[in-house]
Design a binder for this molecule. Structure first.
Ligand SMILES: Nc1ncnc2c1ncn2[C@@H]1O[C@H](COP(=O)(O)OP(=O)(O)OP(=O)(O)O)[C@@H](O)[C@H]1O
Ligand SMILES: [Mg+2]
Length: 383
């Protein structure tokens, strides 16, 4: 939900954290994970980070322990559901992959939600069946034989049977990554199956972007919160972990003050940290303190939004970027020279380039939902 200037007049002001999260998500939403960022590197100057044969992996000890203990419970005949959630690029897929790499003595069944396939009925269920060697055609065939309302039930029953067949020798791990883009029919089918397991040795891992949690049926969250479930929330990397990541990527020891800045600037997001390190020539580290850059792919997203924003809104955003991460509407409007400040703010809020943080005493505070948005706007102003 985007906050509008009229909402400020009301005044209804959201908590800072949630405003920031959803707005950044909408900017990063079009940056499809690390692959998209990597593709955006083409033709741009970048530091060749020494890639060791093993990619660095830092932190996440607690999350790994949670997954480990869920698998142990599943092995003992207590079926488990784990929801791994966190913002885009925070490391959900990487965590799950590391966990799976450590546990090869299982039947692995996996599927990925895909933004463009979110409306394909049973697209995800089809993937799940195919990864264990069962053609998805019978899933679709089943659709001809039952009433539409029963479809998730029949597909869910099939999944249940499959788990029953496989778990005899080894436990089953069913992974659904990017579940926020899974089609609803598949989600219902999976939910139907999970709710009926009794003593099957099954661990279901649902990987979801926190900003899109509302796309997942409530039943999953209830299971995650229940006695046979867990919700593993991935937090930003802390300064020590960012330090370890930069070293793991082969970047010569950065001064602690730069590491701290990098952590704040990226809000501890490994995807952004990697992209910035890869794109910035080593000689530029020392000049970073004044203005850290935004990753190129992120920058392009912000620039597109800026260009689509009507002029007063754009001027307001640019003035705010010069002033800092936080300022007041009155100050930014004065610097931008815009007279209709609330209209300009409305445009900026709709573009998710600014967030309103308070309207106490008649003073409207504004801020960038993420430091990288400000960095991208500043880079646009003085490339
Ligand atoms: N713990 C970690 N240590 C080091 N690098 C990491 C870690 N977690 C993630 N990364 C790196 O960060 C990048 C993004 O990670 P990943 O793709 O797992 O994020 P994600 O949360 O799955 O994002 P999305 O929501 O877009 O799917 C990858 O390049 C990955 O190598
Ligand atoms: Mg992922």
């Amino acid at each position: 939900m985007t906050m509008t200037a009229s909402a400020i007049r009301c005044p209804v002001v959201r908590g800072r954290q949630s405003a920031a999260r959803s707005t950044v998500a909408s900017v990063t939403g079009a940056v499809p994970g690390s692959t998209g960022l990597a593709a955006a590197h083409d033709g741009e100057p970048q530091l060749k980070i020494a890639r060791s044969s093993a990619e660095p992996f830092v932190g996440r000890e607690e999350a790994r322990a949670e997954l480990q203990s869920a698998l142990a419970a599943a092995r003992a005949g207590h079926p488990q559901v784990v929801i791994v959630e966190g913002q885009a690029g925070i490391g959900k897929t990487t965590l799950v992959q590391r966990f799976l790499d450590d546990h090869r003595d299982v039947h692995l069944q996996r599927a990925n939600g895909e933004q463009w396939e979110a409306l394909v009925p049973f697209g995800v269920a089809d993937q799940l069946f195919r990864t264990v060697g069962q053609a998805g055609t019978s899933v679709y065939a089943a659709r001809d034989n039952v009433l539409p309302v029963e479809e998730p039930v029949s597909v869910g029953s099939r999944l249940l049977m499959l788990w029953g067949e496989f778990e005899d020798d080894e436990p089953v791990i069913t992974v659904l990554d990017d579940a926020q883009w899974a089609d609803l029919d598949s989600l219902r089918a999976i939910l139907f199956a999970i709710r009926r397991v009794v003593a099957e040795r099954v661990l279901v891992l649902l990987v979801v972007r926190s900003e899109d949690m509302q796309r997942i049926p409530d039943g999953f969250r209830r299971l995650g919160d229940g006695p046979s479930g867990r919700i593993v929330e991935l937090e930003p990397l802390d300064v020590t972990e960012v330090q370890a990541l930069t070293e793991g990527l082969g970047v010569k020891a950065l001064p602690p003050s730069v590491v701290r800045l990098l952590q704040e600037h990226t809000e501890g997001n490994p995807l952004y940290i990697r992209a910035i390190l890869e794109e910035t020539p080593e000689g530029d580290w020392s000049t970073w303190k004044s203005a850290l850059p935004a990753p190129a792919a992120f920058r392009r997203q912000v620039h597109r939004r800026l260009e689509a924003c009507p002029l007063p809104g754009r001027q307001l955003v640019e003035a705010a970027a010069v002033l800092g991460l936080h300022t007041t509407l009155a100050t930014a409007a004065a610097v931008a020279g815009v007279s209709e400040s609330l209209t300009a703010l409305d445009w900026a809020l709709r573009s998710s380039l600014l967030a309103a943080v308070g309207s106490g005493d008649g003073v409207v505070g504004i801020e960038f939902p993420h430091p990288l948005i400000r960095a991208a706007v500043r880079q646009q102003l003085s490339p």
